[in-house]
Design a protein around this ligand. Structure first.
Ligand SMILES: *Cc1c(COP(=O)(O)O)cnc(C)c1O
Length: 372
């Protein structure tokens, strides 16, 4: 594995390593799983916190040619990043008034989320030339997309879509990470019924977890995000994805303590006997969430060392009593082979998505792999 690129502060003592070969392998695994459906990639929120430039280039090299982002500005940034001018970039958040020309100039495809947006885009295209757009049908999220009544109107009045270059019709599953949830089948059949009555184009329903519900959910194109970055698509089952992220801290200081001393803000952890505490530079300002306080685990080699006391802004404290040789300069695994993103997320009471997208800017970032 060759280190390709390093970014971030020069003197950081905590290092985030992002394995672009693992990312590419995950893309290929999902694409094979979804075939014959095509596989797009969701790279919103700076490539789920991992750096959209590096992530998107590696995915393009792995064969991805359709990308989704949330914000128009993310789409504009991605257009500058991608070398392939024909790569498709779709923007989930829709067509806000005044943004039409940015879509055309940067060759981005808006995801139209209501009848008003459809009408506005048609009017714009009549004046400036046609340009593709996607349609989002809400089948159960009550978030973005045409509500069912508007979808019915569209089906009853097909003229509302005339002259529209429709590149994709999509919907989003609410409960795909719970395979037994009845809403999965309901949304699948509502979506299938709607696309059958709308102009023929690429239909897309499944994100990461939806791919694993089975072929009925794949339609023409799947659009995974989080699983590309190594997070388990089906919680509680063996994770088929390769880990992409490693987070390693360096011990800054080791403190010998004994009862009745305490550690950290609020004195929430009291030692009951002699112990050794190691301090590492990762805190809630770095996305090492405060809810991990007294619940998390790190690893010194193969030895589990628990987080003791509160996570503070810049630091965590680890009980390294089980590793009597631990000393300043030693490396500590915060996310890695012993302890993946999902494990840390469980300790934080959250999901892998939030851990990834919270990863801070004060870590040194190493990108490995990614060469064609
Ligand atoms: C974020 C998002 C995705 C990707 O979801 P993952 O669960 O990360 O795979 C797909 N579709 C829509 C509409 C999204 O908002």
């Amino acid at each position: 594995m060759t280190t390709r690129e390093s970014t971030g502060p020069d003197h950081a003592t905590t290092t985030l390593t992002i394995d672009l070969d693992a990312l590419a392998a995950n893309y290929r695994l999902l694409a094979a799983r979804a075939a014959p459906a095509r596989c797009a990639a969701v790279v919103k929120a700076d490539g789920y916190g991992l750096g959209v430039a590096q992530v998107a280039r590696a995915l393009a090299t792995a064969g991805c040619s359709t990308f989704f982002v949330a914000h128009l500005d993310e789409g504009i940034a991605l257009r500058m990043i991608l070398e392939d001018e024909d790569a498709e970039i779709l923007v989930f958040n829709g067509l806000m008034p005044g943004s039409e020309s940015a879509y055309r100039v940067y060759r981005l495809f808006p995801v139209l989320n209501d009848l008003g947006q459809i009408e506005r885009w048609r009017r714009y295209c009549r004046q400036h030339g046609t340009h593709p757009a996607a349609l989002h049908l809400d089948t159960g999220m009550s978030r973005l997309g045409l509500p069912p009544q508007e979808t019915a109107t569209l089906i009853a009045e097909p003229d509302r879509l005339s002259d529209l270059d429709l590149c994709c019709i999509l919907s989003h599953l609410a409960c795909a990470d719970t395979p037994s949830h009845p809403l999965n089948r309901e949304q699948q059949s509502d979506f299938a019924a709607a696309v059958k009555q709308l102009p023929e184009t690429t239909a897309s329903l499944a994100a990461s977890s939806g791919i694993f519900l089975g072929p009925d959910w794949h339609f023409d194109m799947v659009r995974p995000g989080v699983s590309l970055y190594g997070v388990a698509p089906v919680p509680g089952e063996a994770n088929p994805m390769s880990p992409v992220v490693t987070l390693e801290g360096t011990i800054l200081q080791v403190r010998e303590v004994d009862a009745p001393q305490t550690v950290g803000y609020g004195a929430t952890h009291r030692f009951s006997g002699p112990a050794r505490v190691a301090t590492v530079a990762a805190g809630y300002a770095d996305g090492y969430l405060r809810s991990i306080s007294s619940r998390g685990v790190a690893y010194l080699g193969d030895t589990a060392v628990p987080v003791v006391g509160r996570v503070s802004m810049d630091l965590i404290t680890l009980d390294v009593s089980a590793a009597p040789n631990a000393r300043p300069g030693d490396s500590v695994e915060l996310i890695g082979p012993h302890h993946d993103v999902d494990a840390l997320a469980a300790e934080a009471g959250t999901i892998g998505y939030e851990i990834l997208t919270s990863l801070g800017r004060r870590y040194r970032r190493h990108y490995t792999g990614g060469q064609p």
